[in-house]
Design a protein around this ligand. Structure first.
Ligand SMILES: Cc1ncc(COP(=O)(O)O)c(C=O)c1O
Length: 433
């Protein structure tokens, strides 16, 4: 045993564990969780909007009426009734499938993990949007994938850039295993692909014979009109679809799903069984009963309204307070807006000052595998009340103003010298999603 004083086993870890690191930025969020800080950082769903008494009754009924099943091991693929209900929900975004091709997971995060485990050897390439979901990047890193970011425009993933990236990968002999995309209400970019854009992306993926991994946890949380049709609704063989109850019921239930072509589904079930034996029967039956006894469509409308009001509060406050030169995306659903700071500000360097000013955000670099994103930050409006969101934006605008003043007075280098508040180590993914 060699290692060091803090970790005697450090030399024994697998190579893939080297990718499992908590950045200093993430550690700052321990400070950001103080109540006086307005956190526009974490993507936590506002579960207080659920009727917790009703939920307690449902959970009690599950134990009372179905206890021997709920408290027992179950099918590795997931409860058959729930899988049928999942298809009813996925039908709202146009996905048609057979319950046999649904795999229930502990959240779509586990779906991401399983798909990557099944498809990727170390060094394999995955194409992701630029920026992309931090939790997916963590999975890809842990399987030692080569992550290639592909540019987005105002409508999300840019087809021309995708074609070029696939062409380059092909000519350099890289093995591209899938294209990972979040087409609706993107985390963190807040953008949505139109139907035509989805068709173009699918056509390119088909041309290069590369599957699409479609991550759609926010698809039913649009603020206007019908939910966007999933890419999976256009092709059931070339697209693996990830869904989740985290944002439309409650994230603590840890129930999500994968809908995959038949062969892929078989591998996913075996990988899932190896990881957890089976998803929690208690959670699954609670979700299933909630779906059959409650007006879940109405609850989704409640969430949509709530998040729309918070999105409006964020946009109005940014319009009112943000200094000239700051730009942001206008989300039509979901939880996030992506902000670009006036040059040459650096969102990572600015974070300590923001936290001292009692506002927190996620710096853009967290959403890249390659260090890009220093001029960007992600703001989440899902959790704080509208007046707190407005106050948070006011504080953030003050911080940006102060940084700009500093640069105008002393030059860009000075902004790196802001004091860092004390930090303690935290779980790297907690509260960050
Ligand atoms: C794009 C995206 N994918 C997956 C997840 C994970 O969600 P779940 O709670 O279903 O694991 C999140 C959570 O924020 C997300 O934003």
């Amino acid at each position: 045993m060699a290692g060091n004083r803090l970790d005697p086993w450090v030399d024994s870890y697998a190579e893939r564990a080297q990718g499992l690191t908590a950045s200093a930025i993430r550690a700052l969020f321990a400070v950001a969780s103080r109540p006086e800080v307005v956190s526009l950082a974490g993507g936590m769903p506002y579960v207080s909007a659920l009727d917790s008494d009703r939920f307690a009754q449902i959970a009690a009924k599950v134990v009372r009426d179905q206890g021997t099943v709920a408290l027992q091991y179950g099918s590795g693929q997931g409860d058959p009734t729930l899988r049928e209900q999942i298809l009813e929900i996925s039908g709202l975004v146009g996905v048609r499938s057979h319950p046999d091709d649904v795999v229930v997971t502990a959240g779509s995060q586990m779906g991401l993990d399983l798909v990557t485990k099944v498809f990727c050897d170390p060094g394999d390439t995955v194409l992701v949007e630029s920026p992309s979901y931090v939790g997916a990047l963590g999975v890809f890193r842990s399987y030692q994938c080569n992550v290639v970011h592909v540019a987005m425009d105002h409508e999300g993933l840019d087809p021309q850039a995708l074609r070029e990236a696939l062409g380059q990968a092909k000519s350099s002999g890289s093995r591209v295993k899938f294209i990972y995309t979040i087409p609706s209400f993107h985390n963190p970019a807040g953008l949505t692909q139109g139907l035509q854009r989805r068709k173009e992306i699918l056509a390119i993926a088909q041309e290069f014979n590369v599957p699409i991994l479609e991550d759609d946890p926010y698809g039913l949380l649009g603020f206007e009109g019908e939910p966007p049709k999933a890419i999976r609704s256009l092709d059931d063989q070339g697209v693996i679809y990830l869904g989740s109850f985290s944002k439309i019921i409650a994230s603590g239930l840890r129930v999500g799903w994968v809908i995959a072509p038949h062969g892929v589904r078989e591998k996913l079930v075996l990988a899932a069984e190896a990881a957890t034996l089976c998803p929690s029967n208690f959670s699954q039956l609670t979700v299933s009963r909630y779906l059959s006894e409650e007006n879940w469509q109405q609850q989704i409308k409640v969430f949509q309204e709530l998040y729309r009001e918070r999105r409006d509060a964020l946009l109005q406050a940014m319009q009112a307070y943000m200094p000239t030169g700051t730009t942001w995306t206008v989300p039509q659903g979901g939880f996030y807006s992506w902000v670009t700071l006036p040059a040459p500000l650096n969102a990572t360097n600015m974070l300590p000052r923001a936290i001292s000013s009692l506002v927190a955000y996620v710096p853009g670099t967290g959403f890249y595998a390659d260090g890009q994103g220093s001029t960007n930050l992600r703001l989440s409006y899902c959790y704080p009340q509208p007046d707190r969101i407005a106050e948070g934006v006011r504080r953030l605008a003050g911080v940006i103003d102060a940084e700009l003043d500093l640069i105008n007075t002393f030059g860009a280098a000075q902004t790196d010298q802001t004091a860092t508040p004390p930090v303690r180590s935290i779980n790297p993914l907690s509260n960050l999603n």
